[in-house]
Design a protein around this ligand. Structure first.
Ligand SMILES: [Zn+2]
Length: 178
């Protein structure tokens, strides 16, 4: 496998995502953020799959190590703390609502899918239900948009878990490279 490529290679990306997820990426997709060794970290998917199924998850986290680090945060009760702060902070409510609106607007740039109008991800705009979805949004669009995605990334960064120095998937033979 070639790492640190100068140019993204869609075939290599598809192989890398398949190794990360254990299945091929669905629909029409592109890499929205990367982790170590230029592995994909977030995949952006068009909102309707080729078979017609609506696909609301614009940003999906593929990095196994970041997925695991966020699952740990969730198990520690971080989402309940975020949820209770959201209930008491109108500025945070406004930011989170803007993140929700931005998510939907970005998705609508890729296609109008009436079945998922008004629906974003991760519990937005009123609930904190999935750090993986919120962090995927933060990585996909950059800092300053999703307050809880940014915060979760800061927490895993403070633990030295993001960006992660190790290969994203350790068993390189999981990716066929010819
Ligand atoms: Zn990774």
């Amino acid at each position: 496998m070639t790492e640190n490529q100068d140019q993204p290679d869609p075939v290599w990306d598809a192989q890398a995502i398949t190794a990360q997820l254990g299945r091929e990426p669905r629909g029409v997709w592109r890499v929205a953020a990367r982790c170590s060794g230029d592995w994909p970290a977030v995949v952006e998917t068009d909102p309707r799959l080729p078979d017609g199924t609506p696909f609301p998850t614009l940003y999906y986290l593929t990095c196994r190590r970041l997925n695991a680090a966020l699952s740990t945060l969730e198990a520690e009760g971080v989402m309940a703390q975020m949820q209770s702060r959201l209930a008491d902070d109108s500025d945070l409510q406004d930011q989170y609502k803007r993140a929700h609106d931005q998510y939907i607007a970005a998705r609508e740039q890729l296609g109008d899918v009436p079945e998922i109008h008004g629906f974003s991800a991760g519990g937005m705009p009123e609930r904190v239900k999935c750090l993986h979805a919120l962090v995927a949004h933060s990585l996909g669009v950059g800092p300053g948009v999703n307050p809880f995605g940014d915060e979760a990334l800061e927490l895993v960064s403070a633990r030295g878990l993001w960006p992660h120095p190790e290969p994203c998937v350790t068993v390189e033979t999981e990716v066929e490279n010819d």
